[in-house]
Design a protein around this ligand. Sequence first.
Ligand SMILES: O=C(O)CCC(=O)C(=O)O
Ligand SMILES: [Fe+2]
Length: 207
Amino acid sequence: MAPNPPQPDELPPPCRDILLEYSNQVRELGRSVLKLMSEALGLESNHLLDMGCAEGLSVASHYYPPCPQPELTIGTYEHTDAGFITILQQDQIGGLKVFYNNEWADVPTIPGAFVVNGGDLLQLITNDNFVSSRHKVMANKTADPRISVASFFMRYLTDAPNVLAPIKELLSEDNPAKYRGTTEKEFSIYFHQKGLDETSALSHFKI
Ligand SMILES: O=C(O)CCC(=O)C(=O)O
Ligand SMILES: [Fe+2]
């Protein structure tokens, strides 16, 4: 949806208007979250926005059919997201788990609430101040399918002028940069080549 939005007639008519409206609204929400994250890091509130963290947006809808034998499979394999943040809307079915305090925890379904996952590029530019969340989706035996909408903040496979590296204000002699500089394009190409597995794309960029 950004920086190169589709032509409306490229989107399926049943979700055309709502998808365009949703992505505008979710982009605003993402901008607010990124401002709060900048402040939490002790930076100017526009710092992450000025680095381009809200310039790219891809929206993916997921449909997980009910599964008669969920113990034999998985909905989405464990992974971290590549970008800065992901704003996720899940329905009431549940099944999303996040790796927290060394164990897999259920992410409760709360009507009207969004889940915000930090991604690998956020971890890279914050030099591990924010760590990307490992998450996965379990298959469900429920009568209804599970539907989720994930909004990824990143310019995937797109030329972006800026080089991304750990933010200087967060570094010190005792806390040197842990990652080399990269671009959203280089990072996303590497992330996709690697595929979704338990390994982190970040190790490829470690100094
Ligand atoms: O369906 C979900 O709740 C999560 C999907 C997900 O992790 C992703 O699209 O990266
Ligand atoms: Fe994900």
